[in-house]
Design a protein around this ligand. Structure first.
Ligand code: CP3
Length: 352
């Protein structure tokens, strides 16, 4: 369908908008009764691997909550699965790999998948969804480091200590694996855009567990490679959002990765992020997801505070600082979206 509302894309490009657009990380999910109803009938992997179902749940928050963009219903772990690591669901805990990468032989066995073959179900879900929505659709991938962390770590999915031991003790092997993952990530993002994604987001969810040198060497370097490849393929025209969690102390480097939008978590001041960016990138964020578990007047107060902090002008995309929590009341999410839609207009007045 043709885009009726392109506020999100204009904000990504720092163009003029009449208000601040909003979407929510993990907006398709368990806080929605309509999602839970489908989820009762199918397991998570069946949902993401069946384009009709994936598309239906992608559209749910657009219709129910009124967000300004969709994000395709999938998961960052589908890419390592396509590379050869079998995925299963540990009910109550989440997706897990049957085996983890430890040796060079295991790295050599991994494929760089052709997304139009092994990940066709994601691309078909994108194509189908684009036929039925009139807001932009976001495709995504994990960052090479975040995917590496899940591919190597077998025990501690909170601190990823085995993945960190791997980079400290076998740096050359780590680079070999990260190079392979980076090619796969870039190919996958490019394919998602070719099938209709209007923008893509890179989730560097675990960047913040690294030290400064390791962040530069094992995360940032590969994000840059991915960004460069995707930018080159589309002449820089398709916006790339980078969400790197817990890494605001390195925000200057993050701003300089070549991405169009940086998505910040709630531990940083959005006005400072904007200042540091010199308005060279757009800023997405950064409400603490826990605010949505409070009373409605707190939701309004905290949303207004972020709009005020960002201040006048364009280039702000409202979002949470991380994914929405499953126990979030839907009513609070609706209040958040309405608040951003109405209260942000005054910060864009100079445009109209
Ligand atoms: O944002 C969206 O609505 C799109 C869909 C989306 C999902 N996962 C669906 C999902 C996206 C963008 C992701 C990204 C993702 N997946 C990340 C990076 C972003 C982040 O939140 O940090 C990570 C680290 C994963 C891996 C993953 N998937 C974990 C650790 C878990 C278990 C924890 C949990 O939230 O259940 C998942 C499962 C998952 N991915 C669910 C959904 C809706 C829950 C599935 C269910 O049981 O219904």
């Amino acid at each position: 369908m043709e885009l009726k509302n392109d506020l999100f894309l204009r904000a990504c490009r720092r163009e003029k908008t009449e208000r601040t657009p909003i979407w929510i990380m993990r907006q398709a999910g368990r806080y929605l009764p309509e999602y839970r109803k489908i989820r009762q009938r199918y397991d998570f992997l069946t949902m993401i691997k069946t384009p009709e179902i994936a598309s239906e749940v992608t559209i749910q928050p657009i219709e129910i909550i009124g967000v300004d963009a969709g994000i395709i219903f999938s998961d960052i772990l589908v890419l390592p699965e396509a590379m050869g690591l079998k995925l299963y669901i540990d009910e109550g805990k989440g997706p897990r790999f049957e085996k983890h990468i430890q040796s060079e032989a295991e790295i050599d066995k991994l494929f760089i998948p052709d997304p139009t073959d092994k990940l066709k179900y994601v691309l078909d879900a994108i194509k189908l969804t684009k036929r039925n929505i009139d807001v932009p659709l976001i495709g995504f991938s994990g960052s090479p480091w975040t995917l590496f962390a899940y591919m190597v770590e077998s025990e501690s999915l909170k601190d990823f200590k085995n993945a960190k031991i791997f980079i400290y003790s076998k740096p050359e092997l780590a680079h070999k694996l990260l190079e392979k993952i980076s090619i796969a990530v870039a190919d996958f993002l490019i394919a998602q855009i070719e099938y209709g994604a209007d923008a893509v987001q890179i989730f560097d969810t675990w960047g913040g567990i690294l030290g400064y040198d390791e962040f530069k060497e094992f995360s940032l370097k590969y994000i840059r490679i991915v960004v460069e490849k995707v930018k080159a393929r589309f002449n820089g025209k398709v916006p790339i959002i980078l969400f790197s969690k817990g890494t605001w102390q390195w925000i200057d480097e993050i701003i300089n990765t070549g991405c169009d939008v940086i998505s910040i978590d709630w531990t940083f001041d959005i006005s400072e992020a904007r200042k540091r960016s010199l308005d060279s990138v757009s800023i997405q964020g950064n409400l603490d997801p826990v605010v949505l578990l409070s009373e409605p007047d707190v939701v309004v107060r905290e949303a207004v505070k972020i709009l005020e902090r960002y201040g006048e002008g364009d280039g702000h995309i409202f979002n949470l600082g991380h994914g929405i929590l499953p126990e979030t009341p839907v009513e609070n999410v609706k209040i958040l979206v309405q608040t951003v839609k109405s209260e942000s207009q005054k910060y864009h007045k100079q445009n109209f």
